[in-house]
Design a protein around this ligand. Structure first.
Ligand SMILES: [Zn+2]
Length: 276
């Protein structure tokens, strides 16, 4: 299985108001062009914004803030924020996936939220607190747009389209947090692992995920034995391949059947506001 989902074949993209059509590689219909470049064969390639908050902005609004968005590569395991610090920047993930982890005094931890292309790391900035009692760690390497905290605050205070999209995201995030709390209480480790795998694939666009036993146990808030048992069960059912610290999703439909209702509840809240 390949790591990345198949992208759309090249298609014609008509520049609004422009006289010509451009061949577009891997374009997401209707998404904002982030970068346009000329390929060696003379055709023009347009790379599109994947982040669903930024992609939801009107074209003029995106163009206005584009110079404040710095393309950034995030490495797996990179710590973006430690409790007690001040958030200096917000991150709008494109292909990167970021975990927000709660760590207990005995050193054990559990993932309280997962942020990817449908969100932003920086809600405390928007809510004017700039701080969080959780660690923010890159779970899946990839790209993101970085924006300085004061710029995000300024843009939010304009009460324009970005303000509205960020409020929609905060609502979806509250649903995600509340549902995750119920899920941790009522559903099995196996069901929760299915949900985590599906959400990770949605956010990263990849069916291959980094996941050592230790990492899985951190994400799920269970001991390594329980995490390994759940992953082994999914592998025996043919839903995943679990090898050398990587999980490959083999049967997405099977995972959707095996997970609890929490995945669909959270998914539908994000889909209500942000197109995919
Ligand atoms: Zn659940």
């Amino acid at each position: 299985m390949s790591g990345k989902r198949q992208t759309s074949p090249a298609r014609q993209y008509r520049v609004p108001g422009g006289p010509h059509s451009l061949p577009v590689h891997g374009a997401w219909k209707g998404h904002l062009p982030a970068k346009e470049s000329i390929l060696p064969d003379g055709t023009q390639k347009v790379e599109f914004v994947r982040n669903r908050i930024l992609a939801g902005l009107p074209r003029k609004e995106y163009a206005r803030i584009a110079s404040d968005l710095v393309p950034t590569t995030l490495k797996a395991g990179q710590i973006l924020y430690e409790p007690g610090g001040t958030m200096q920047s917000a991150y709008f993930p494109e292909t990167a996936v970021v975990s927000i982890l709660s760590q207990a005094e005995d050193g054990t931890s559990i993932e309280v939220s997962l942020v990817g292309s449908e969100g932003v790391v920086g809600v405390p900035i928007v809510l004017k607190s700039h701080a969080l009692p959780y660690r923010v760690v890159v779970q899946g390497a990839g790209t993101a747009w970085r924006m300085k905290a004061d710029v995000l605050r300024r843009e939010f205070d304009r009460c324009g389209p970005l303000h509205k999209l960020l409020l929609h995201y905060v609502h979806a995030l509250i649903v995600q947090l509340a549902q995750s709390s119920a899920c941790n209480q009522f559903h099995t480790t196996r069901q929760r692992l299915c949900r985590w795998l599906l959400a990770s694939e949605d956010l990263s666009g990849s069916n291959e995920l980094r996941s050592t036993q230790e990492f899985l146990s951190q994400m799920l808030g269970v001991n390594r034995g329980s995490a390994n048992q759940a992953a082994g069960s999914l592998q025996r059912a043919g839903l995943i391949r679990y090898r050398r610290g990587r999980i490959t999703i083999l049967n997405r439909a099977g995972l959707e059947t095996a997970t609890c209702e929490c995945y669909r509840i959270i998914r539908s809240e994000f889909d209500r506001f942000f197109r995919r």
